[in-house]
Write a protein that binds this ligand. Structure first.
Ligand code: FPP
Length: 276
């Protein structure tokens, strides 16, 4: 496979070894969702304006995207702009929009060459036309790629997503296409903006806040959480590896008891047979 190059840096042997160790030591999450937080505080600590934090945050996006694709993560969802972020001062919203346009223009080809599919979730209709155009072009250009799906949550909130899903199901019930009895978790999931994507195995939040902040509310039901004090502009691949290591140490029970997890299943059935 062609070596990945999003960051334009040659991958070091140390990094290759670290990734190989992680792949051997346990499961690599198929889907990681990230709340990228702390750009403003990072910039302020350096006596700089908040927009500078967002700009350096894009370097983290590149590094994390590249490392994720190299290590075999299939879906990476980044919370880039929440519904609530529209309430920020106009100058900051404007700076973020410009940064998004510039980044998409600069990176679309690069993502495509690296077989990365770009998608977006959220109420993108609220974005300026220039932004929507860049986004649509990048999505169209990369639509057949299958190495990693990079999904940007833009003007997104979990409640917006769930509200839309309910509205669309209600319309189907009204037209007779769907019966209320048929509505179950799978039907609800299939009406969310993430319908084609498995729920995140791991959710990472940077900057040390213990909140979900209206991210993928429905989809995070059984995700493992990893919260780090590191601000997003400092969150690079070594931090991602730490999060994956932590994920690999978790005992994911999905509401069952530890002994019912898959690796213990066969042991249990042997014990059950012995008892019968
Ligand atoms: C949170 O930090 C970050 C954001 C609201 C925006 C994230 C955007 C980027 C990393 C850049 C653009 C992304 C792409 C995909 C091109 P904050 O501003 O809330 O920081 P604070 O909590 O310290 O105030």
């Amino acid at each position: 496979m062609k070596p990945l190059s999003i960051t334009n840096k040659k991958q070091t042997q140390d990094d290759k070894d670290r990734q190989a160790r992680l792949q051997k030591s346990g499961q690599i999450p198929a889907h990681i969702g990230i709340i990228m937080d702390g750009n403003g505080r990072w910039a302020k600590q350096r006596g700089n304006i908040r927009a500078y934090g967002h700009k350096v945050g894009v370097d983290s996006v590149r590094d994390i995207t590249e490392a994720s694709a190299q290590i075999g993560i299939q879906y990476l969802t980044l919370y880039a702009f929440s519904t609530e972020n529209w309430k920020r001062p106009f100058t900051e919203v404007n700076a973020l929009m410009k940064l998004l346009v510039r980044t998409l223009r600069k990176e679309a080809e690069n993502l495509n060459e690296n077989n990365i599919k770009l998608t977006a979730i959220g109420d993108v209709s609220r974005f300026p036309k220039s932004c929507r155009n860049e986004l649509e072009e990048a999505i169209e250009l990369t639509k057949d790629n299958d190495r990693l799906q990079l999904c940007l949550a833009l003007s997104y909130s979990g409640r917006w997503d769930i509200t839309n899903a309910f509205r669309s199901m209600a319309e189907k019930v009204k037209s007779g296409e769907l019966s209320p009895d048929e509505i179950d978790e799978q039907i609800i999931s299939s009406h969310l903006s993430t319908a084609d994507v498995p729920d995140p195995d791991l959710m990472i939040r940077t900057s040390g806040e213990f909140r979900i902040s209206n991210f993928l509310l429905w989809q995070l039901a059984y995700s493992e959480m990893y919260i780090t004090k590191t601000f997003w502009p400092d969150f690079r691949r070594n931090e991602l590896y730490k999060a994956i290591e932590s994920f690999q140490e978790r005992d994911r029970r999905f509401g069952k008891i530890s002994d019912q997890s898959s690796e213990n299943q066969s042991r249990n059935s042997v014990a059950e047979k012995a008892l019968s």
